[in-house]
Ligand binder design. Structure first.
Ligand SMILES: NC(=O)c1ccc[n+]([C@@H]2O[C@H](COP(=O)([O-])OP(=O)(O)OC[C@H]3O[C@@H](n4cnc5c(N)ncnc54)[C@H](O)[C@@H]3O)[C@@H](O)[C@H]2O)c1
Length: 285
């Protein structure tokens, strides 16, 4: 198992900032990369807010906050990842962008470095195929918000070796997460189960089975879900839900994953959930 001290995180957005926060809190030295200084800065501000939230909730001391913060540096230069033993990619969900990023990272890091992608839907095997050592490539799928949700799906690509899986499991555990190893299949495990359930809830609303509010109540009261599927769809973003359904539909070639027409309509209408102020529910404030 490779000893990890320095972690590179590429992409300082929602997920990258969250991963940087939990990694620095766990004692790793983190280099956070994005394409411009402004975006790197914005990512670091997200980390600052995340750490401060923990201090405000008495879940972290100010000393630990400052120590975690001091372990994070930002950069726009992928070459600055040369001493990272693990690089976690969390850039936008585009195969071309991720391939370009990994080509650069592959050049920058040493032969023994492990490369991981936080992709939700792109094949780990396909990403690994383009790097010099596919055995050292795996998926490390965190959940949003990273600081709160404790699952990490560790995705084993066709060529991922056992030592890579062991190292990534070790890091995830160190981050306070529970790693679960899954195969490189569309949607991995969580999204393959969760998003079709959301899609089915949308079909049920469209069929007039019950209102969105009542469908959510049914699943909260009858299945002990902490949040109804439609409120969850609004939180995830209806565009993201549609994208995942499209990937499942296309990659499995099975109509059981057909996106609900109402989901397509709502995305076309621009009612994407919380981020646009309305989806299946309204978010006026
Ligand atoms: N948001 C979620 O709920 C969630 C959950 C699990 C996994 N994911 C996955 O995590 C990844 C990131 O998602 P996000 O929600 O954080 O996106 P985001 O849009 O918030 O952040 C993406 C960041 O990547 C940066 N970026 C784009 N191209 C880059 C490049 N070439 N080099 C460096 N940085 C670059 C962007 O500037 C942006 O800051 C995606 O693959 C997504 O599928 C997202």
């Amino acid at each position: 198992m490779t000893t990890i001290t320095n972690i590179g995180v590429i992409g300082a957005g929602t997920m990258g900032a969250g991963i940087a926060q939990v990694a620095a809190t766990a004692g790793y030295h983190v280099r956070l990369i994005d394409t411009t200084d402004k975006l790197v800065q914005r990512g670091i501000e997200k980390v600052d807010k995340g750490l401060q939230r923990l201090v405000d909730k008495n879940a972290m001391t100010t000393e630990d906050r400052d120590a975690a913060r001091s372990r994070i540096t930002g950069s726009i230069d992928t070459q600055s990842l040369s001493n990272s033993e693990l690089v976690i990619e969390a850039v936008i969900e585009s195969l071309d962008t991720k391939r370009a990023v990994f080509a650069e990272v592959d050049d920058a890091v040493g032969e023994t470095a492990i490369l991981a992608s936080n992709t939700s839907s792109i094949s780990i095997t396909a990403l690994a195929a383009r790097v010099s050592n596919p055995g050292r490539f795996a998926g490390m799928h965190f959940f949003n918000p990273v600081a709160v949700l404790t699952l990490v799906e560790v995705v084993r690509g066709l060529q991922t070796d056992g030592a890579t899986i062991a190292t990534i499991r070790g890091v995830a555990t160190q981050l306070g997460k529970t790693p679960i190893v899954v195969a490189d299949m569309p949607g991995f495990a969580a999204n393959r189960i969760l998003v079709p359930m959301i899609n089915e809830a949308i079909f049920a609303v469209a069929d007039g089975v019950a209102s969105a509010v009542d469908i959510d109540e049914v699943m909260k009261l009858g299945a002990s879900h902490p949040m109804g599927p439609l409120a969850l769809a609004d939180l995830i973003g209806l565009d993201v839900c549609l994208h995942i359904m499209e990937v499942l539909h296309q990659d499995f070639g099975d109509d059981k994953y057909r996106p609900a027409p109402l989901l397509r309509q709502m995305v076309a209408a621009g009612t994407l959930g919380r981020k646009t102020g309305s989806g299946f529910h309204r978010y006026d404030s």
